[in-house]
Design a protein around this ligand. Structure first.
Ligand SMILES: [Zn+2]
Length: 70
């Protein structure tokens, strides 16, 4: 089962899970259930930068709080 060649995305229109090939990553795809069109994005790759951004912001907030606290 070659799981690396495809991934699952949630259709924003009907909320069902769709299996999308990696070749369609970042491209417009059509949901096979509701035929709604949306851009396929890999959730596993898009989560990591978001988390690191949040962590960086939290770090900045903590540093600014420490500066203002003293
Ligand atoms: Zn759909």
């Amino acid at each position: 089962m070659p799981s690396s060649t495809s991934f699952f995305v949630k259709c924003p229109t009907c909320g069902r899970n769709l299996q999308v090939r990696v070749a369609y990553l970042g491209k417009s795809v059509a949901c096979r259930h509701c035929r709604g069109k949306f851009v396929a994005s890999d959730p596993s790759s898009s989560d990591s930068p978001n988390i690191s951004k949040i962590l960086a912001r939290a770090d900045e907030l903590l540093q600014s709080l420490a500066v203002h606290g003293e």
